[in-house]
Design a protein around this ligand. Sequence first.
Ligand code: PBG
Length: 322
Amino acid sequence: MPFPIQRMRRLRATEATRDLVRETRLSPSQFILPLFVCPGEGVRREISSMPGNYQLSIDKLVLECAEVQSLGIGGVILFGLPETKDETASGGYADDGIVQRAVRALKRELPRLLVITDVCNCEYTSHGHCGKVVDGDVDNDQTLVWLTRSAVSHARAGADIVAPSDMMDGRVGAIRAALDQHGFPNTPILSYAAKFASVFYGPFRDAADSAPQFGDRRSYQMDPANGREAMREIELDLEEGADMIMIKPALPYLDLISKARQRFDAPIAAYQVSGEFSMIVAAARNGWIDQERAMMETLTSIRRAGAGVILTYFAKAAAKLL
Ligand code: PBG
């Protein structure tokens, strides 16, 4: 019974029917806001390539998170800017490291806020790579030692979920074993399972001061051309004990979010990364697109593709609209 019996426009005629048949809805509780914590007091330094995002000292971070919680946002993920960087990323796994201190402060002041920590070394190494450099390349197995120490120190500080983003092989299994051994069998792991070597991380590396000083990350992050390999990465991380998996970036990889949703029953997160955010803001500032509509359309698309959780720098702005 095609046209004229079927008229698809009937249900599009009013906001009431559009709302009634809408297939995909966003909720602030599914957003995670990434935040950057830095040393000092009273610091709230705007990141020039990410307007509206700040490097925050712990006191300002707590204030920001109070607002996040009042907006009903699902939680935050923390990235740290240490006082000093070194060859061994020691600031990443120090019990009094910047993220560890931030987690303790948040758990003291806002005990109900969900706090996820990013587990990686690139913010803490002097060379900016995500692991221990041996003979010009990142050594996988030696890097696992730093990662397990970081994850355990985050859990000890009170992190609700740890999220390894380094893309070393075997890190989920190693972190799971270390957490269990140190008395944290109930701390979940959100693995950045399919993380691509993407140009869209550019603004983040300004924000976290984590750009590699030589070479690039293509020997550990994935080739953007490889979708089947992404499914293998997810499968391996689930076998190693990941509780949730992430695909990153989001918009250029919607096909993989959708495929993963069909193949795996674990919760799936997607990270709308810094470059995805900044492109929208930059175009809007030029008067070329409407920022609010671009924000809602991209978030809805990521959700429609199958991500139940979205890490996004738009979390506050979108939550205010919903
Ligand atoms: C750390 C890390 C990065 C991002 C999240 N965790 C940067 C990178 O891999 O270079 C990027 C997030 C963003 O661009 O918003 N490894």
